[in-house]
Design a protein around this ligand. Structure first.
Ligand code: XBP
Ligand code: MG
Length: 259
């Protein structure tokens, strides 16, 4: 593997580009429930359990099936869930527009360096396309939408992560093989998706995913790090960072060659 030069980087969004779940998606779900007159409250612990299912509509359904079986569901359950989810998306994108969720350390730096180095960029996420746009526009700026050759998001493939389909889709759109790329994820559902598509994967953990199984990762970090805010290697070859405290394009090329 790694015979070809590294050509492209494929990024997950939630948990990887930004810590969106606890203070973003979770809060937006609760606001949507309140608006609908429901007394459902997804606290931080319960939300951690619900994160086993990716996709907001799928997560609401899972909640009803496993944590709120006494709820009398309306006849049109799909329509009911879709309505709640649209309200959640509206709240979530508003929270982002208020600048509530920053990108994680090192993310913007690495994206800019990768562009300068001529690497191709793509996004592969289960979240709704409007959420990806709002995150990028309200952090890096609107021009960053054009940095990504493909933004593969939401219902574009029927089977969400941990299925590899969203990565297959992005690779096909870009005309690339898995060996040409590195993927970035933060969760066990994410790495199951990347490995299912044969992609080498760099993980940055967060509070919800720290204890997930990342045995298939090429490298596990706490963040991408910045020159003045070093990251820590949690698993993998510490030499990848070459003594620096941050992940840069040279480190990515070293990792790609070795895997
Ligand atoms: C992200 C998700 C998303 C968000 C909600 O998973 O699971 O479902 O929590 O997004 P990943 P929507 O980071 O693995 O892509 O409500 O827009 O579906
Ligand atoms: Mg994620």
């Amino acid at each position: 593997m790694g015979a070809q030069n590294l050509q492209a980087l494929l990024f997950d969004v939630d948990g990887t580009l930004a810590d969106t779940e606890r203070d973003g998606h979770r809060v937006a779900f609760n606001l949507a429930f309140r608006d609908a007159g429901l007394d459902w409250e997804w606290d931080v612990d319960l939300y951690g359990k619900l994160l086993s299912v990716t996709g907001g509509k799928e997560r609401i359904r899972f909640y009803l099936e496993h944590y709120n079986r006494n709820f009398t569901a309306p006849a049109d359950l799909d329509g009911f869930i879709a309505g709640l989810h649209q309200a959640k998306t509206d709240h979530y994108t508003r929270l982002l527009s208020e600048g509530r969720i920053p990108l994680r350390p090192g993310v913007e730096r690495l994206l800019r360096e990768a562009r300068k180095a001529g690497l191709r960029l793509a996004i592969a996420t289960t979240t709704t396309p409007a959420n990806v746009e709002a995150l990028l526009v309200h952090t890096v700026g609107a021009e960053s939408l054009g940095w990504f050759e493909v933004i593969a998001a939401g219902d574009i493939v029927p089977a969400k992560k941990p299925a590899p389909d969203i990565y297959f889709y992005a690779l096909k759109e870009m005309g690339l093989e898995p060996d040409d790329c590195l993927a970035f994820e933060d969760s066990s559902n994410g790495i199951r998706a990347t490995r299912g598509a044969n992609l080498q994967t760099i993980i940055t953990v967060n509070d919800y995913t720290r204890d997930d199984d990342f045995s298939e990762a090429a490298l596990v970090l706490d963040t991408f790090g910045e020159p003045d805010v070093p990251c820590h290697v949690l698993a993998g070859d510490t030499k990848t960072l070459n003594g620096s405290g941050y992940l840069d394009v040279a480190a990515l090329r070293r990792l790609h060659k070795d895997t």
